[in-house]
Write a protein that binds this ligand. Structure first.
Ligand SMILES: [Zn+2]
Length: 95
């Protein structure tokens, strides 16, 4: 008999200061990764689904992201560390 199923994992990747699309506040947002893994005999083998989302800590609104957006946000968070004001462009850059 083969026992298989899926198991969900939730990773918090970063805390980001973003302007919320729901409440309009420049609040901290949790960047999260939701991974569903295929399990065989309760051993997780490989991910079958990976989803990203941000959640506003002010109003709790969640927004789904694609992988590219999540990577971009995470890269921005990493480069902006130690400098909370600069390095996190929230306005479109105009040259
Ligand atoms: Zn909000």
């Amino acid at each position: 008999m083969i026992i298989f199923g899926t198991k969900g994992y939730l990773y918090q990747l970063a805390m980001l200061t973003l302007v919320c699309g729901n409440c309009g506040n420049p609040a901290a947002h949790a960047l999260r990764k939701h991974v569903t893994k295929f399990t065989l005999f309760f051993v997780p083998l490989f991910p079958v689904s990976v989803k990203y989302s941000t959640q506003c800590t002010f109003c709790g609104a969640q927004r789904r992201l694609n992988a590219a957006e999540a990577e971009q946000l995470q890269a921005g968070a990493a480069s902006g560390q130690g400098d909370p004001v600069q390095g996190r462009p929230q306005q479109p850059y105009q040259s």
